[in-house]
Design a protein around this ligand. Structure first.
Ligand code: NAP
Length: 528
């Protein structure tokens, strides 16, 4: 596919009339052709009006059509073949094998949502039949079903140019819910965005859906992104990226005459707790696995283990030494953008220069010419950590801090002190059960996913996954941005009281034409 640099507004390719934006090859620091001129407020208006016009038609197509549409997007992405992977590699510096894996995840995610649409559980079909004989008052017929919110604007992340971008989890779950989607392309990978955007645009045409079901705009977040967030036709926002960007969009959404929900996934340092028996039994192996997880993807995962907590003593010292040795064997690698590299360099230099922090081990030195980050492991003690909030700031990249506590009570104090997290990890053996039990209530309040004896990097896309958590991990702890339940972010319940059967959506009609399992009078009831 030849890249044109054009935006996709409904069925049209539209050349922006704003300033030219270019992708940068972060490994060589060179501009990549073509230019992707930014859109204007007129383009925002056109995409938003088309989305609004598409909404009632799109949400009312049969669920089977919606599911097939998602599957066609997946097939169209696969049909882009190596050209997609090569362009994404050039734009992000991410290795080809990693991108092939990410493409498989993206396609798998679209197919999972096709299944979710067909299963119909997301509709929460619920029927409280009328009870005309009830005393002292009869009960009316009440039927609940979820409906989509309306057009959704998606801001993709730089660190997952496929799985959290144009056709990533936010887009897949919003389309599955029945919401038209407008994507504000990430400026770090506009060519990837155009290719994937065309795959979606073609799928819209294949299934005869209204053209406003999908649009893709280029431009600066604080210009075109804000204009999208403020547009009255837009009813929700999905965002993955920095805390600053997420908070800016939340503020814009709340300042609207009609505030709308913002599902922003932002910042997490993913604490790893080393419980005493596990640490004593396998400090070296845990340290090696921790460092492998830390440097994976140059540490550019929102689930990167940025904080390790254990009790001071010979076992923690063995862990620190093994982690230092493991990190010293690791090389530097190119980050996603020169800007992300420079934020990493600043963040790790601030920790290295902090009087409360000791550098335990450092891998190859960073190479600014190639935006290549060298990994590093720092150490401190809990007294200092608890006093200095800056030690808790996310350093996006392969840097982590080991915190030594006096005892298990101080471990709990550190856990209690932490901000909200996407994940919390426990390394534990059978003898650690009591300590783990005491920590769990704190971790349940702090994190969206609690893992045992594993590493937080690597997020399965499945029904039970939660990739969310209290602020600042996300702006809304009640949901997840990965996994089947991500669809719920873009739905709201409607109760139909005494409506004639013919006017009801199929899923709550008396005859149950879709054969769904429904909650009838409080009892889960399979189709007859
Ligand atoms: P980002 O700078 O927040 O950008 C994400 C998207 O939001 C981009 O399309 C961006 O557009 C837009 N945006 C940013 N600020 C905005 C604003 N004020 N108003 C409207 N739109 C706005 O995130 P990133 O480029 O992916 O990464 C930068 C930093 O984010 C990293 O250094 C890292 O600290 C953090 N990060 C965290 C995670 C995580 O999951 N926790 C993931 C990735 C990155 P523009 O680029 O045009 O502004």
């Amino acid at each position: 596919m030849n890249l044109t640099g054009s935006m996709l507004i409904g069925a049209s390719a539209v050349r922006g009339s704003g300033r030219d934006l270019y992708a940068i090859d972060p490994a060589r620091g060179v501009k990549l052709e073509p230019a992707f001129p930014a859109g204007t407020r007129d383009d925002v208006e056109r995409a938003a009006s088309l989305a609004q016009a598409a909404f009632d038609t799109y949400r009312n197509v049969p669920l089977e059509t919606r599911a097939k549409f998602l599957e066609t997007i997946a097939e169209n992405i696969l049909a882009l073949g190596d050209a997609l992977i090569e362009r994404t590699h050039l734009e992000t510096g991410l290795p080809l094998a990693r991108l092939q894996g990410e493409r498989a995840r993206t396609v798998g995610q679209l197919r999972l949502f096709a299944r979710v649409v067909r299963d119909g559980y997301f509709l929460d079909a619920t029927i409280d039949p009328a009870q005309p004989e009830r005393q002292p008052l009869p009960r009316v017929d009440l039927r609940l079903a979820n409906v989509p919110l309306g057009p959704v604007v998606v801001f993709g992340a730089s660190n997952f140019p496929l799985a959290f971008s144009v056709a990533g989890g936010d887009t897949a779950s919003a389309l599955a819910a029945g919401c038209p989607v407008i994507v504000k392309a990430h400026n770090a990978h506009p060519g990837t965005a155009e290719m994937v955007g065309r795959a979606i645009q073609q799928a819209v045409a294949t299934h005869g859906l209204p053209e406003g079901t999908f649009s893709l705009l280029f431009g600066a977040g604080n210009e075109i992104g804000t204009a999208l967030a403020e547009h009255p036709a837009v009813k929700a926002i999905g965002f993955t990226g920095s805390r600053r960007g997420g908070l800016a969009l939340l503020a814009a959404a709340n300042a609207r005459p009609e505030p709308i929900p913002v599902y922003a996934e932002m910042s997490s340092i993913n604490p790893v707790f080393l419980l005493p028996a596990a640490l004593s039994a396998r400090a070296d192996a845990i340290a090696q696995g921790f460092v492998d997880s830390l440097v994976m993807g140059v540490g550019q995962f929102c689930t990167n283990p940025g904080l390790v907590i254990g009790i001071e003593g010979p076992d923690l010292e063995r862990f620190r030494q093994a982690a230092a040795k493991a990190v010293e064997a690791k090389g530097a690698a190119t980050m996603l953008t020169p800007g992300i590299f420079s934020a990493y360099a600043d963040g790790e230099a601030a920790l290295a220069g902090n009087a409360c922090v000791k550098t335990l081990g450092r891998g190859a030195a960073s190479d600014p010419a190639a935006s290549a980050a060298g990994p590093v492991v720092f150490g401190t003690d809990a007294d200092r950590f608890l006093k200095h909030r800056e030690l808790e700031a996310e350093v996006f990249g392969p840097a982590s801090l080991v915190v030594a506590c006096k005892d298990q009570a101080q471990v709990r104090e550190v856990a209690e002190h932490l901000e909200g997290q996407l994940t919390a990890t426990l390394f534990l053996d059978a003898a650690d059960e009591a300590d783990a039990r005491a920590l769990l209530p704190v971790l349940e309040r702090k994190a969206g996913r609690i893992l045992a004896n594993g590493y937080p990097t690597g997020v399965e896309v499945s029904h039970a996954m939660v990739h969310g958590g209290p602020f600042p991990a996300t702006s809304n702890a009640a949901t997840t941005s990965v996994g089947a339940t991500a669809i719920r972010r873009f739905l709201r319940p409607v109760c139909y009281q005494n409506l004639p059967d013919a006017l009801l959506p199929d899923w709550i009609k008396q005859a149950n034409p879709l054969g769904l399992t429904r909650l009838v009078d409080g009892t889960l009831t399979p189709a007859a």
